[in-house]
Design a protein around this ligand. Structure first.
Ligand code: PXP
Length: 238
């Protein structure tokens, strides 16, 4: 069954808007777990715009599910990950000027660097995933590099409508066939919400969906525990 990873970066965004101590993403991770989150995802950005180092170390101590650390493939982040020892790391591309992660990681252009990076993390018993676009070349290179997990970028699917969205959905489905034939574990995420999630959750072989913005936005109306529970029920009721 597809599991739900809840990204709590946006709780930290509200805190950082005032650079104060509330709301605390660590407390909200607890509520996400009560609502049925199977893992907690945080993106520790180079510019620390939302999640802080203190958050990731406290989450590692306090959550009862699994910690997914999203990070760029930099030396600084490698050192933090090896100290933190999250359950898994998702490597994402990172640009300072972007509002959120824009495209997938270009694994093809970084083969040697990523090979060493993945090995280094795996030697510390951390599972490593690559956040990539649903493109066969990127999937094949992810396998060659040694990733055992990939996260397919659903941002384009989420932005498109009508026939264009249908075609992007087909690209995601074909990507899952290829990745599954290669023996990769397939996660997916970005831009998923209460309206568009069901078609992605219905795809065979999707291990986990990582969802943040829509769940936190809905939490403002109904509370985080309930917004997570509603999303979990959408993705498990196929
Ligand atoms: N997966 C990855 C790799 C991401 O970078 C993000 C955004 O931080 C998400 C999933 C969640 O995206 P959203 O907040 O749009 O649900």
């Amino acid at each position: 069954m597809t599991t739900l990873g809840v990204n709590i970066d946006h709780i930290a965004n509200v805190r950082q808007a005032r650079k104060t101590i509330e709301p605390d993403p660590v407390q909200f991770a607890f509520l996400a777990e009560l609502g049925g989150a199977d893992s907690i995802t945080v993106h520790l950005r180079e510019d620390r715009r939302h999640i802080q180092d203190r958050d990731v170390f406290l989450l590692k101590e306090t959550i009862k599910t699994r910690l997914n650390l999203e990070m760029a493939a930099t030396k600084e982040m490698l050192e933090i990950a090896k100290k933190l020892l999250p359950d898994y790391v998702t490597i994402v591309p990172e640009k300072r000027e972007e509002v959120t992660t824009e495209g997938g990681l270009d694994v093809k252009s970084n083969v040697n660097h990523l090979k060493n990076f993945v090995k280094n993390l795996e030697d510390s018993n951390i599972e490593v995933s690559a956040f990539i676009d649903p493109v066969s070349e990127q999937i094949n290179y992810s396998k060659e590099i040694g990733f055992k997990f990939i996260e397919l970028h659903t941002g384009k699917y989420a932005e498109l409508t009508g026939q264009d969205q249908y075609e992007e959905l087909q690209r995601i489905i074909e990507s899952t066939h290829l990745a599954s034939d290669l023996g990769l574990v397939i996660n997916a995420g970005h831009g998923l919400n209460y309206n568009n999630v069901k078609k992605i959750a219905a795809i065979n072989n999707i291990n986990e969906l990582n969802i943040g913005h829509s769940i936190v936005a809905r939490a403002l109306a109904v509370g985080l525990e309930k917004s997570v529970r509603e999303m979990k029920s959408l993705i498990t009721s196929n």
